[in-house]
Design a protein around this ligand. Structure first.
Ligand code: GDP
Length: 437
């Protein structure tokens, strides 16, 4: 989504405008240690389109040196984070020296700037705040953040200045090639799986043995989706010496996981779970990657109707931290369920991109709290005020509470389970954060 940053000197009405723009009443406040005031994020909707709004922080400072310092900071942040900048000024006070300083900095950046001439409460008297054109920007719009006047026009102006289709195209491009790391210990069947997939699917780019480091990924197409198997050269032409050494094979796995959108963890069903499996899977988990547990060489296992369930339980017992990850029983050699692995990759990727609206999330959290009140901990009671999901991939949930110290591990796990019950998030780690409000 496009991002709009609000800048301006103190008391021009930045927060009021911010609150006007955002659809959800509750914004995400991010505390950063070296900023005088918090940066605030929110999401706005206008005519079916969505944009992010950032209030880059105010300047509640005394000395002019500090104020100048902070303007620099605020504007730099805005430029860094935003596609469009709303520069708020006060029509009652006119152009102040500080406004001039901000505009000087803004003119030097390559972002679109819209001047919002705020506190224009009487629109009948004077329709154009002409003097603000002196700041040197093309777009000057009178508004009243407090009375909600011309806010729609302001949104129209924002969308006139950005090519929304561009953003959609970009995000589609990003989504277009889904990076997959096939991880696992030596001989778990990684190369066999890669060769099986590349043999079945329409390959677009494939590394030849001995090609340069840049061409180590294989790209293939399946239905409308493009996948990239990461570091396939390392898998397809194996140097026996290197693969023998656990250290190098782990290092290789780590590099692939870092570049991946989804991790397929290959486990040798005949051998069962080993320490090395746990290490690699643990790394993927800590990196917040969606994970699929592929129990390979399933063709070699003697089975009855319970075998799969027994294996699945054993996997979850040994890797408790991966209870959210789907288990699939495959044979890389025969190709059995290899197609389903690709379906699952798409599915868990969608899951990690899921974003829950603040309203819906809080309904679920409220119900969870009602069903199971937070127990008193250290003699005090935890109060959860509200929750919000500021991030995806992996999804992050921020809970605003009276005291984060009071969150017991068991209760955190309970909340995570409730979120998963309600929204799924299959295969993806989710992160819960607790902040004091
Ligand atoms: P990598 O080191 O993880 O890349 O493992 P490889 O793909 O080289 O496989 C190691 C050995 O296991 C090879 O001899 C493969 O033929 C065999 N293998 C791999 N997958 C399967 C499978 O699904 N079933 C059986 N029976 N053998 C397999």
């Amino acid at each position: 989504n496009p991002t709009v940053a609000i800048v301006g000197r103190p008391n021009v009405g930045k927060s009021t405008l911010f609150n006007r723009l955002i659809a959800e009443r509750k914004a995400v406040v991010e505390k950063s240690p070296n900023v005088t005031r918090d940066r605030i994020y929110g999401r706005a909707r206008w005519k079916g389109e969505t944009f992010e709004v950032v209030d880059t922080g105010g300047l509640d400072l005394e000395s002019s040196a500090e104020i100048a310092q902070n303007i620099k900071y605020q504007v730099d942040k805005a430029i860094e984070e935003a596609d469009i900048i709303l520069f708020v000024v006060d029509v009652r006070e006119g152009i102040s020296p500080l406004d001039r300083e901000i505009s000087q900095k803004l003119r030097k950046c390559d972002r679109e700037v819209i001047v919002a001439a705020n506190k224009m409460d009487d629109f009948s008297a004077q329709d154009e705040p002409w003097e603000f054109y002196n700041l040197g920007f093309e777009d000057v719009l009178p508004i009243s953040a407090e009375h909600g006047k011309n806010i729609g026009d302001l949104c129209d102006k924002i969308f006139a200045r950005i090519d929304i289709d561009d953003f959609k195209k970009n995000s589609a491009d990003d989504k277009e090639i889904l990076g997959v790391a096939i991880a696992g210990k030596p001989n778990s069947g990684k190369s066999t799986l890669v060769n099986q997939i590349l043999g079945q699917e329409r390959v677009i780019v494939s590394p030849e043995p001995g090609t340069t480091r840049d061409a180590v990924d294989s790209i293939f197409e399946r239905a409308d989706n493009k996948f990239k198997l990461i570091d396939t050269a390392g898998l397809r032409k194996k140097s026996k010496v290197e693969e023998d050494v656990e250290y190098y094979s782990n290092l290789r796995a780590i590099r692939a996981i870092e570049r991946a959108d989804v991790v397929v963890m290959m486990i040798d069903s005949v051998e069962g779970i080993t320490e090395q499996d746990k290490k690699i899977a643990g790394y993927a988990h800590d990196e917040g990657r969606p994970i699929i547990l592929a129990l390979n060489k399933w063709d070699l296992i003697e089975k009855d109707t319970h075998t799969a369930d027994i294996f699945r339980e054993e996997v979850y017992r040994q890797m408790k931290f991966l209870r959210f990850a789907p288990v699939i029983f495959i044979s890389a050699l025969t190709g059995k369920r290899v197609g389903e692995v690709l379906d699952l990759i798409e599915y868990v990727y969608d899951q990690t991109l899921q974003r829950i609206s603040t309203g819906l999330l809080n309904e679920v959290v409220e119900e969870a709290v009602q069903m199971n009140d937070p127990p008193a901990y250290k003699g005090k009671k935890l109060n959860i005020y509200y929750a919000t999901q500021p991030e995806v991939q992996p999804p992050v949930f921020v809970f605003f509470v009276n005291d984060p110290e009071l969150v017991h591990f068991a209760y955190e796990r309970y909340l995570e389970n409730k979120i998963r019950e309600a929204f799924g998030f299959v295969g993806t780690p989710i992160i819960l954060k607790f902040k004091e409000r």
